[in-house]
Design a protein around this ligand. Structure first.
Ligand SMILES: Cc1cc2nc3c(=O)[nH]c(=O)nc-3n(C[C@H](O)[C@H](O)[C@H](O)COP(=O)(O)O)c2cc1C
Length: 215
C-alpha cells in the first residue's frame, strides 16, 4: 500500500501560464479558466465544485466541497445553511479559502478573503430557481446537526411537504448565500517535473498586484 502510494504520480504537460498571457487583474483570468473548465472537464467532474475552508473559534480548520453559484465584480457566491457548522464558523471567523481543481486541465485556483452574507432578496432569487426537492430540503434538513437515523430525515421532509402542500416555499431565514470577497487569487498550472507555473494576485487597496511564486 505504502509503495503503491509512493509510486502514484502524473507528469503535467498540457499547458503553461505566462505573464504575457495573464491579465493585470484576476477576475478576467478566472472567468477564462472557468469557461475552459466548463467546456473541457467531463462528468462527473463539476467545474463549479470547490473546496471551501473555514476556521472555528479555536483556529481549527474545516473544509468541505461546495458549488460556486455566482461570480460578480465583488466576489464568489455560494449557498448553504446559515446554522450549519460552516455557518457557525463563518459567524465567528468571517474569512474563508476556496480551491478549485480542474484535473483535465491540470489547473488549480486558490481564492482567499473575507466572507459576507448576501441579502435575503438575493438568496430568495436563487432559492426560487432551485428544484422543488432542494427548496423543501433547505427547510427540512437541520444541516450539520446529529440526527437519529435516515427515517428522522424522511419524517422531517414529510412534515415540510405537508406544511407547503398549498403554498410555494419561500427562502428560509436560516438558508442563503455568502460572498467571498477575494484578497488573494492564485492560478496554478501544472508543468513537467513539478516545475509548475504559479501566478498570484494580491489586492492592495483597490489595485491588484501580480507576482510569480516558486512551485
Ligand atoms: C459535489 C458536492 C457539492 C456540494 N454542494 C454544496 C453546496 O453548494 N452547499 C452546501 O451547503 N453543501 C454542499 N455540499 C455538502 C457539503 O460538502 C457539506 O457536507 C455540508 O455543507 C455541511 O458542511 P458543514 O457541516 O461543514 O457545514 C456539497 C457536497 C458535494 C460533494
Amino acid at each position: 500500500m505504502t509503495q503503491a502510494l509512493a509510486d502514484m504520480r502524473r507528469d503535467y504537460t498540457r499547458d503553461g501560464l505566462s505573464e504575457a498571457h495573464a491579465p493585470s487583474e484576476p477576475f478576467a483570468l478566472f472567468r477564462q479558466w472557468f469557461a475552459d473548465a466548463v467546456s473541457t472537464e467531463q462528468a462527473p467532474v463539476e467545474a463549479n465544485a470547490m473546496t471551501l475552508a473555514t476556521v472555528d473559534e479555536d483556529g481549527r480548520p474545516h473544509c468541505r466541497i461546495l458549488l460556486l453559484k455566482g461570480l460578480d465584480a465583488q466576489g464568489f457566491t455560494f449557498f448553504t445553511n446559515y446554522q450549519s457548522a460552516k455557518g457557525e464558523q463563518l459567524a465567528a471567523r468571517p474569512f474563508a479559502a476556496m480551491t478549485f481543481f480542474w484535473p483535465t486541465l491540470e489547473r488549480q485556483v486558490r481564492i482567499e478573503g473575507r466572507v459576507v452574507k448576501v441579502s435575503h432578496e438575493e438568496s430568495d432569487a436563487y432559492y426560487q430557481v432551485r428544484p422543488l426537492g432542494s427548496r423543501l430540503g433547505a427547510w427540512a434538513s437541520p444541516q450539520s446537526k446529529v440526527i437519529r437515523d435516515r427515517e428522522e430525515l424522511q419524517a422531517l421532509l414529510k412534515a415540510t411537504e405537508e406544511r407547503f402542500s398549498d403554498t410555494r416555499p419561500d427562502c428560509p431565514e436560516h438558508w442563503g448565500g455568502y460572498r467571498l470577497l477575494p484578497e488573494r487569487i492564485e492560478f496554478w498550472q501544472g508543468r513537467s517535473s513539478r516545475l509548475h507555473d504559479r501566478l498570484n494576485y494580491r489586492l492592495q487597496g483597490t489595485d491588484w498586484t501580480r507576482e510569480r511564486l516558486a512551485p
